[in-house]
Design a protein around this ligand. Structure first.
Ligand SMILES: [Zn+2]
Length: 161
């Protein structure tokens, strides 16, 4: 993983393509209405269209690290790999996630435990996500680190507390 703080110009261009153009084109509105549940999968209790929906559609950028984290959880639920990659910091972003190749992960719920804004464009969000694979329940407890760069929040990396 490169850790020199520089962003490859080619990667920046890809980021622009992913964030500005792809979200608007990749899912037809009719399909969006079909696949997106009424209640937001992030567990906010608000309708998807008034919570994480606009972030995944690319119409509004998430205003803070917690909103980005919640939208990324929704992207796992909805298998929206493009959003996960578009919000992953270029320094740590994998080439792909292979969400369509992995065994069917059924996401059960998200609980955000802590949102700590460390200042200077750094934030940590602690959460617990529950899921099932082949009928077996699992629990992911993670501290995710986020960076504010070029006016938007990025997922950097995560570790288990
Ligand atoms: Zn949401």
């Amino acid at each position: 993983m490169p850790d020199n703080g520089r962003i490859d110009p080619a990667l920046s261009l890809i980021t622009v393509l992913l964030t500005k153009i792809m979200p608007l084109t990749r899912i037809p509105a009719s399909m969006r209405a079909m696949t997106h549940p009424t209640d937001c999968p992030c567990g906010s209790g608000r309708p998807f269209a008034q919570c994480c929906g606009p972030y995944l559609a690319g119409t509004t950028p998430p205003p803070d690290a917690e909103a980005l984290m919640r939208s990324r959880y929704c992207a796992y639920v909805l298998r929206d790999e493009a959003w996960l990659l578009a919000t992953w910091h270029p320094d740590t972003r994998p080439a792909s996630l292979g969400l369509d190749r992995e065994p069917a992960t059924k996401w059960l719920g998200l609980a955000v435990k802590r949102h700590e804004n460390g200042g200077e464009g750094r934030a940590v969000v602690e959460f617990v996500a529950r899921y099932k694979i082949h009928g077996r329940a699992h629990r992911l407890h993670e501290n995710s680190r986020f960076l504010l760069e070029n006016g938007r929040w990025w997922y950097l990396d995560g570790n288990c507390p």
